[in-house]
Design a protein around this ligand. Structure first.
Ligand SMILES: Nc1ccn([C@@H]2O[C@H](COP(=O)(O)OP(=O)(O)OP(=O)(O)O)[C@@H](O)[C@H]2O)c(=O)n1
Ligand SMILES: O=P(O)(O)OC[C@@H](O)[C@@H](O)[C@@H](O)CO
Length: 420
């Protein structure tokens, strides 16, 4: 008898869509004691980035994160710390398919979780270790699933697939152009994928790796294949974590806000730095008095800028920077990602000797350690502004240091005073 695998075809335009993020694995191939979904990138667990990517999409009504029993408390604290909404945490299984099945049950079985969520028309399944997922591909697979019952993102193969014979020698090779790599996100009419999991053999649940195959095998549903983008890859090995860190740092390093007070010599350095930086990074230059309720600054904070340069006379640098720290902290900007704050100590004195003592250096280092607890990475640059002929060279040196600090975001360098 044909399985009752739910209805197909276009559902209601605004049908409910939910997401299931399997995050219950142990990450053996990555190595280390911490499962890769909980490894931190820029201080934040990888799974939080993926949850955040789903949260940014308003038409996803519920996000089910499936974690192993021993990590439920950890996942709860991540949800609380990063203010994730619309998240339900569910107990995982011993295999990925069993975890996904558990995630689906929260919509269908009363006794499975302490709350039965409204069944969605379409459910997205997306590995929690694929943090770079955008609305465009999610929308495409969901729309395709509404029309065809199932859909999945695919990518070109980068290596040829070969079959080995029992004796360990090549049996045959597949014509690479005819095959694709199955990636995520995938999307299904809920009834189809839930029915498929209910009919699954234990062998499929324990050894299978492909949800699209289950829809075909048990519900005769041929998934629509949707070309995905290169950043849909899965964090599997250590190198993938390094790659994810590099991508996230790159995303955080797109713009810088240079804040100065309105004194003339500071304003000149501000202008020259802006000119020197603007070919490499988007610059928001603000000349303000750092007052607590400065509307212009608040707008910048809400604009998701994670890099700030505060230029002030070295005598007042720490105090000026403290005002900015207070405003940043109130803006909640450092919540999701570390904020880079570079305090440029402008030394306009004629004194050619080293114009800053150990006591001041120690004070800066102590200040940096304090603000690190607020997820702010504070670096210092001493800008000795004496000889007009050397000014441009000093500006270029300071610009190079600023770009390096923003790109590297290295917590080991906080509190250091570099000399431009
Ligand atoms: N029992 C399992 C196994 C895997 N997953 C999740 O499925 C996704 C993709 O699986 P994979 O990359 O294989 O993760 P691991 O099984 O953790 O990796 P490994 O095979 O290296 O141990 C991951 O988000 C993983 O947490 C899961 O929810 N439950
Ligand atoms: O096989 P693994 O458990 O490493 O990862 C799961 C992947 O197979 C899966 O995410 C895609 O291939 C799409 O099904």
């Amino acid at each position: 008898m044909e399985p009752s695998c739910g209805s197909r075809g276009p559902g209601p335009a605004a049908a409910a869509v939910a997401a299931v993020l399997p995050a219950g694995g142990s990450g053996e191939r990555l190595g280390g004691a911490t499962p890769k979904q909980f490894c931190t990138v820029q201080g934040r667990p990888l799974v939080s980035y993926t949850v955040g990517a789903m949260e940014r999409i308003s038409w996803i009504s519920h996000i089910i994160v499936v974690v192993s029993p021993e990590n439920i408390e950890k996942m709860n604290s991540i949800v609380e710390k990063y203010g994730h909404k619309r998240v339900t945490i569910v107990r995982g299984g011993v295999t990925r398919h069993r975890s996904i099945f558990n995630g689906l049950k929260v919509f269908a079985e009363n006794n499975f979780s302490n709350q039965l969520l409204q069944k969605p028309e379409v459910v997205i399944i997306h590995d929690a270790v694929r943090p770079f997922v955008e609305e465009d591909i999610l929308s495409k697979v969901v729309m395709a699933a509404k029309d065809h019952g199932a859909a999945g993102a695919i990518r070109p193969l980068v290596s040829t697939v070969i079959a080995s014979a029992a004796d360990g020698f090549l049996d045959h090779s597949l014509e690479r152009a005819r095959y694709r790599a199955s990636e995520m996100p995938q999307a299904f009419l809920f009834d189809i994928i839930y029915e498929a999991y209910q009919q699954c053999t234990d062998y499929d649940l324990d050894y299978g790796t492909e949800c699209l195959h289950l829809a075909l095998k048990y519900c005769k549903t041929n998934a629509k294949l949707v070309e995905g983008t290169a950043d849909l890859w899965k964090v599997t090995y250590k190198r993938d974590l390094y790659a994810a860190e590099s991508i996230i740092k790159g995303n955080l390093s797109q713009q810088v806000c240079i804040i100065t007070n309105v004194k003339e010599d500071v304003a000149q350095v501000n202008f020259l730095l802006h000119e020197s930086l603007k070919s490499r990074i988007k610059v928001e230059a603000v000349s303000v008095t750092l007052s607590k309720n400065d509307g212009q600054l608040q707008d910048i904070f809400s604009g998701q800028c994670y890099n700030f340069v505060c230029i002030s006379d070295k005598k007042y640098a720490v105090e000026e920077t403290q005002k900015l720290v207070d405003m940043l902290e109130k803006s909640n900007t450092p919540l999701l990602y570390p904020v880079v704050l570079i305090s440029v100590h402008l030394d306009v004195s004629e004194n050619t000797s080293c114009s800053i003592g150990m006591e001041e250096l120690t004070r800066i280092k102590k200040f940096a350690r304090e603000v690190k607890k607020k997820n702010i990475l504070l670096y210092g640059i001493l800008f000795q502004y004496k000889d007009c002929l050397l000014l441009q060279e000093t500006v270029n040196s300071a610009a190079a240091l600023i770009l390096a600090l923003i790109m590297d975001r290295n917590p080991e360098l906080i509190g250091q005073l570099l000399v431009a």
